[in-house]
Design a protein around this ligand. Structure first.
Ligand SMILES: Nc1ncnc2c1ncn2[C@@H]1O[C@H](COP(=O)(O)OP(=O)(O)OP(=O)(O)O)[C@@H](O)[C@H]1O
Ligand SMILES: [Mg+2]
Length: 273
């Protein structure tokens, strides 16, 4: 379990430019669990990922992995994929780029680890391995960057805006990768577009001004939209439709998380009503 307890982070502490980014945030993520982290811009999401990965030390509170405080240098158990990670690809070939991490941690066969990681993100290592990262499309480059972190086999995978800037196909590909990886890792996804992750989400957390203002299941968000919206956000459209229907008296047995399920619910409601 990856845990944060009452962590506080301020940038430029003790100066006139002091900026409080996190204020008493606690969070637990287990292996096999997927948490979607939302919040308006500047609410502290990326800061929280950095703290969870041990890249910044909180001013107060603690972060631990399986009960042990996060070591320095940062724990290998926690892997972070930053926003637009494809900008940081630097290997001469895709395979070398993905193999870099395993090599740095002394993996016995970095190239094999890289090939396996490429397969996990749905890329054929024979086809893509020898290519220069600079010849990849945006979506392919994003998957390669994610493979570079997966190749380290982190127990916890933190992704900052993994679908930003991708077309529908690229977003779907990333969601599929996340869906597979979450089976044996704990995953935290920061996103301004939670819709495609809703079917996978065990929990949603919403930050506002460095504090958690909502934490619950997708179901909770629909049944108590005001709490979610207190983060300054609107419910994702798929959920807003259902919250609206419920506000107008529709009975919802189970909250739907895909357009297909929502359509079935609407048709069913119409037939009954
Ligand atoms: N290196 C830094 N130095 C000073 N202030 C910072 C720094 N990084 C972040 N901040 C401030 O901390 C607050 C939280 O920033 P953070 O990047 O965590 O927000 P975010 O929720 O990830 O936003 P976004 O959705 O725009 O990525 C903001 O007010 C931001 O200006
Ligand atoms: Mg951010």
């Amino acid at each position: 379990m990856l845990s944060a307890r009452d962590i506080a982070v301020a940038y430029n502490r003790g100066t006139v430019a002091e900026q409080r980014a996190l204020d008493g945030v606690s969070l637990d993520v287990s292996r096999g669990e997927l948490v979607v982290l939302v919040g308006v811009t500047g609410s502290g999401k990326s800061t929280l990922l950095r703290a969870l990965a041990g890249l910044i030390e909180p001013d107060a509170g603690s972060v631990s992995v399986d009960g042990a405080p996060l070591p320095r240098p940062p724990a290998r158990a926690v892997g972070v994929v930053f926003q637009n990670p494809e900008r940081q690809l630097f290997g001469e070939t895709v395979l070398e780029d993905v193999a870099f991490g395993p090599k740095m941690i002394g993996h016995p066969d970095p190239r094999a680890a890289a090939a396996a990681a490429l397969r996990r993100v749905g890329m054929d290592p024979e086809e893509f391995g020898p290519r220069s990262p600079f010849t990849l499309s945006g979506g392919e480059a994003r998957k390669v960057a994610i493979a570079g972190i997966i190749a380290l086999e982190p127990a916890f995978l933190l992704l900052d805006e993994p679908t930003v800037g991708l077309d529908a196909g690229g977003r779907r590909a990333v969601v599929e990768v996340v869906g597979r990886e979450r089976r044996d890792r704990g995953v935290v996804i920061v996103t301004h577009h939670p819709d495609p992750f809703l079917p996978l989400a065990d929990r949603i957390m919403a930050l506002r001004d460095g504090r958690i203002v909502f934490e619950g299941t997708v179901e909770d968000a629909v049944r108590a939209p005001a709490a979610y919206e207190s983060a300054g956000l609107r419910l994702p459209d798929l959920l807003a439709v259902q919250a609206e229907a419920m506000a107008r008296g529709a009975r919802v047995e189970r909250v739907a998380t895909t357009p297909r399920e929502v359509a079935a619910f609407l048709l069913g409601t119409r037939r009954c009503g």
